[in-house]
Structure formats: C-alpha cells, structure tokens
Write a new protein. Structure first.
Length: 440
C-alpha cells in the first residue's frame, strides 16, 4: 500500500505522534474485486434467464416476461456494486485519516533511510490532510511553504515518509535524496546556512528562500531561559529539533553540541535519534566542559556517529574548538591535524569556529582536504562573499539570528518601560501577514 502522511499539529510534544495516513490507493486486490462486482450480476442474469418461469409472458404485466421485469432492478444492483470499491476507498481514507499511526522509527527500520528495505514502498511527499498532493508553494518569497489556493486541511509536515507493508507502521526520516541535496551544497561555490531556534523562525527562514536550515543550540537554550553549552538535556534539545524539522520542507541539520554523552556509544545514540527525527545532518564538537577531547577520543566519537548514520544519509559536520578552547601548541597545525583525522573517520565537513583573521581562514581552507565551515557574526564580522572568496564552502550563523531577535525584544521592552511608546513596531511584520504565513 502506498500512503501519504500529514501532521495534525507540528507543535506537539512528540511531533510524530500525530502523523497519520490520509490517502490509500487500492492494491492488487482491486482487479479481483472488479471482476466480482461485474461477474456476480451477470451470473445472476444468466441464472434467471435459464429458469422457465422467468421466460413465460405475464398477462398482468402486459405480456412481458418476469426476466424483463427484473432487468431494471438487476441493473441498479450492478451499478451499486460497481460503485462499491470507490466507496470503500473513500471510507478507508476517512477512517485512516483520523487514526494516529506510530511514526517513531525503531532501530530495525533504519535501513529505510537509504530507501533499500524491500518491505518499503516508494517515498512520498507529505500532503495536507484532505489535500491533493500537497500543492504548497516552493518558490522563494513570503509565500514559500504555504498552501496554494484550492488545497484544504492542515499544513503539510513537509517530510518524506516510507511505509512498510506489514503492520501499517510508518517510519519517518530523511530521504537519501534530501541528504544528497544538502551534501551537494558543500561542493558548490559556497552557501549560507541560517540557524533557527524554533519552528516559527525556521518557517520564516524557509519562506525567505534558504535551501537548507540548521538549528542553533545556543538559540534553543536561550529560548528555554538557560545558557548554551549542554545546559539543556538531550531530550529537550531533540524535541525542539523535531518541531523544527516538522515545520519545514527544506533539509535541516542539527546542532548536536558534543553529542550529549560521555562515551562514543551515547554519541551514536544521539545521532541515531536525530536521524529518526528527520535531520539530514549534524554538528559534533570535539570539546566538553573540561576542554578539548584527546584527538583519539574525538575520532572514536565521530566514528560512532558515522556508524549510527551511514554516509549518504547524514551530513556529518565535525567541529573542532581548537581556536575556541585553545591548545598547548600551534592552533593552526593542530586544527589541520584534527581535521584530517576527522575526515578520515567519516566526517563530510569540518567546522572551525573562533577564527578571526582572513589569512588564517584562507590557509585553513587550503590545508584541510574537505569542505570548510566557518561561523559568521561570532568571532568575526566577515561577510559571506568574502568568506567564499577565501575558500569557505559553508557559512553558518550560530546563535547570531537568535541574538538579534532577543536584542529587538530587549530594546522594545526598554522603550515600553522608559517612554511607553511603540516605535519598536516600525517595520514589524503585521499580525495578519504572520497569520497568513503560519496559516494551518
């Protein structure tokens, strides 16, 4: 059975608990049912026609035979039976659309991420409940991701799903195509990757036109009223990741900090859960509260992450904090050494935050045998075009957008407290516009 899925509320605590089947196509049983529906009335006509009593003229009926008298009734039966499959299909769609399905993937279903499991059907785009193939806008602009005129129901989760044929178990995760599309961005001239901290900010960034979105651990932590640096537990952070992934159609890569675990096995479990939630990539830091991990330990943690999310299904971004946490020797040399080891362990990209000088960034891009990710707006204010010219392939923002948003809140609060005026609303998106953008 092939299925479409939609979400009745992406902002639930468990964003996939409400993932439901909304449309089902009839299977190979359809031809058999059609033969039954057509053949049975014909067989009845033949039987009636072979009985003598049905062939004798009836004076009270104007000389017509009993068979001819029953032909209209039999034809009505034929038409009703022919309409039965469509009615059954509609009933199945309506009943399935209101029945929640289990959607959190079990470990045994992870091969579906590569689309290779023989039990799985094709991957399908998610559509609005009751809609026709999810006619959402994909072009850049404020209407990106919104439903087009004529579609009905709740907004699409905008995710890819696979359906196993036994048990009706729906598993959710990134398609190989989306992970490949995200990885392909690293081979281009360079791209900007904005960082969202909740579903609303992710929707706005998607509507602006970004081809992919990252999460920010700092922004998520601040939105929960705590500092950055694994002050939030893994479950809370992943809960926010799930809401962000469920809110947008573009690929989402996760800020997984240091992996939320003391051992490589725990890091692997974190990455596996991020994959289950639909992330197509993730950052993994090589430093904890005590400073930089030893290089061998950091490599083991990356290898565990790679084992949990095979290459091609998850873009692993290895972050080294040599410039942030400091080293006992040459920061440049150690950064390159770690970058080479991390790429050998399966990383797809190397993230080096905290670099200030343009010349150092240029040298790092030339020395590291893989795509280089630099964060803008943190340790430096170098613009993206300049970073691209230095050899950087991926420019992320970290918590910069969240800091900017919270700064607006602070300035607005001060104006209200000190003067009571509303100048902070100049240039603000209108209530009606936001309602339209987030229309469910």
């Amino acid at each position: 059975m092939s299925v479409w899925a939609a979400n009745a509320g992406a902002q639930r605590r468990h964003p996939f608990r409400r993932l439901v089947i909304t449309e089902a196509k009839l299977s190979w049983r359809q031809p058999i049912g059609l033969v039954w529906d057509v053949g049975m009335p014909v067989l009845l006509l033949v039987i009636f026609g072979s009985i003598p009593v049905f062939q004798e003229p009836l004076p009270e009926l104007g000389g017509i035979t009993l068979l001819n008298a029953y032909v209209p009734i039999l034809m009505i039966i034929v038409l009703c039976m022919l309409a039965l499959p469509a009615g059954v299909a509609r009933h199945r769609r309506s009943s399935l659309a209101t029945r929640p399905c289990r959607a959190v993937a079990a470990a045994r279903d992870r091969p579906l991420w590569a689309g290779a499991d023989p039990r799985a059907g094709r991957r399908f785009a998610v559509v609005p409940r009751g809609g026709d193939r999810g006619h959402t806008r994909s072009e850049a602009g404020p209407d990106r991701g919104l439903r087009r005129r004529g579609t009905r129901g709740c907004p699409a989760v905008r995710r890819w799903v696979a359906h196993t044929c036994n048990g009706g178990h729906v598993t959710s995760g990134p398609s190989t195509g989306r992970a490949a599309a995200f990885l392909a961005l690293h081979a281009g001239p360079g791209f900007v990757l904005p960082n969202a901290w909740d579903a609303g900010s992710a929707r706005i960034l998607e509507q602006v036109g970004f081809p992919a979105i990252a999460t920010t651990s700092a922004g998520i932590a601040w939105s929960c009223g705590v500092p950055d640096g694994e002050a939030l537990d893994r479950d809370t952070m992943l809960e926010q990741l799930g809401r962000i992934v469920a809110a947008v159609a573009v690929p989402v890569t996760a800020d997984l900090e240091a992996g939320y675990g003391d051992t490589p096995a725990e890091v692997g479990r974190t990455v596996a859960r991020a994959v289950e939630l639909g992330a197509v990539g993730g950052n993994l830091e090589d430093a904890g509260r005590g400073g930089l991990f030893g290089i061998d330990e950091a490599v083991d943690r990356l290898a565990a992450a790679r084992a949990a999310a095979p290459s091609g299904t998850f873009v692993l971004n290895a972050r080294t904090d040599t410039y942030f946490a400091g080293t006992g020797g040459d920061a440049f040399a150690e950064t390159v050494e770690r970058a080479v080891r991390y790429l050998d362990a399966g990383a797809d990209c190397v993230f080096v935050p905290g670099v200030v000088e343009e010349d150092t960034i240029r040298r790092l891009a030339a020395a590291i045998p893989g795509p280089l990710n630099v964060v803008a707006g943190l340790a430096n204010l170098i613009d993206a075009p300049t970073l691209f010219s230095l050899g950087v392939r991926r420019v992320s923002l970290g918590g910069s957008l969240a800091r900017a948003a919270l700064s607006v809140v602070e300035r607005a609060g001060r104006e209200l407290l000190d003067a009571g005026t509303l100048g902070f609303l100049d240039g603000a998106i209108s209530y009606a516009d936001l309602q339209r953008r987030f229309d469910s």
